[in-house]
Design a protein. Structure first.
Lengths: 289, 44
């Protein structure tokens, strides 16, 4: 199975000041004006590899299993009745969102505190946060639909719901900050600080049901005595959901990290072209002087 | 199944939204990858 390899994520830091690899030297040749030999380059229009394609197939199979178990084999709950089927999506998506935001924080720390300040870590942080935001959005929507069936309302300003909404808005802000102007290193520094601060919300969200009186139920699986009070087939359906959404997260993170690398590479190329043009304009003036 | 439409609709919404996001991620990556030579891509 393909996983996110920090070394892979840390590679490909085209144009970053921390570089120095042979790969970067090749890129520098391209920027110096000499450029690559026309016709020698190939342009494979994909961010995928054999590994990601296999991972994609595994994700689709796991999702199909989730539908079969979630909608078919899982028994109905005594209290929630059929609404329990929504929890096989609701619970795994928020767990994987937690994971995504932790990956963002760890990658941010790796960027900030390692000497090399590799942009690969920053791109992994950005990709992971983006996927986390999508997963939290799914959690909120499905939770709202579950609430309509179980509580009779789509939304309550309950502690868990409110802190989850706050988490969502915070990471939207993180993504907005990533789009502010400046160099790649400035973007990486700014967003790394926010990525490290934003992750502090996770314990607040998770323990909000204990810190305040809450309509939302307390943890069933990740309870403090680690004794899940859940039927076997329901637990298995939940497990299938966790596997399916974990695979989807890894697949998306690989593709989005590579896409962010390509965005940066094209940015660098545009900047280099502008510099070459500016030097070309300035050169005759210099000779005249 | 009680509330079958509601639950099936919720699953359809989730998988539809995830599918659209995944498709956009792939398409965006392809568009960018077409403009960068393979020797610069660390995954090729």
């Amino acid at each position: 199975m393909t996983t996110i390899d920090p070394h892979e994520a840390a590679e490909g830091t085209a144009g970053d000041e921390a570089g120095g690899s042979a790969d970067q030297a090749v890129r520098s040749r391209g920027r110096s004006g000499a450029g690559p030999v026309v016709g020698a380059d190939t342009y494979d229009a994909t961010t995928g590899t054999r590994g990601t394609r296999l991972l994609g197939v595994a994700t689709i199979i796991a999702m199909a299993w989730l539908v079969v178990f979630g909608l078919g084999f899982s028994p109905e709950d005594r209290d929630q009745r059929e609404a329990v089927r929504l929890l096989y999506v609701h619970v795994p998506t928020i767990w994987i969102a937690y994971l995504a935001f932790i990956v963002t924080a760890v990658s941010s720390a790796m960027y900030l505190f390692r000497k090399e300040h590799r942009l690969g870590w920053d791109r992994l942080a950005g990709a992971s946060a983006e996927i986390g935001v999508v997963f939290v959005a799914v959690t909120l929507v499905v939770g709202s639909l579950w609430g309509r069936l179980t509580w009779g309302v789509f939304w309550q300003w309950d502690a868990r719901l409110t802190t989850t909404a706050l988490l969502f808005v915070t990471y939207i802000g993180y993504l907005a900050v990533r789009r502010l102007g400046g160099s790649h290193q400035q973007r990486a520094r700014r967003s790394a600080v926010i990525g490290l601060l934003a992750v502090l919300l996770l314990p607040l969200v998770h323990w909000s049901v204990r810190l305040w009186r809450s309509l939302h139920q307390e943890a069933t699986v990740l309870d403090t005595d680690l004794d899940p009070d859940i039927d076997g087939l329901m637990a298995f359906s939940l497990f299938v959901g966790v596997v399916a959404f974990t695979l989807l997260y890894v697949w998306l993170a690989l593709h989005r990290t590579r896409a962010l690398f390509l965005e940066d590479a094209l940015d660098d190329r545009g900047l280099d072209a502008a510099l070459v043009a500016r030097r070309a304009e300035a050169a005759p003036v210099g000779r005249d002087a | 199944m009680e509330d079958a439409g509601f639950i099936l609709g919720s699953y359809a919404l989730v998988f539809g939204a995830m599918g659209v996001y995944a498709w956009r991620a792939l398409r965006g990556g392809r568009r960018l990858a077409r403009q960068v030579p393979d020797r610069e891509k660390y995954w090729t």
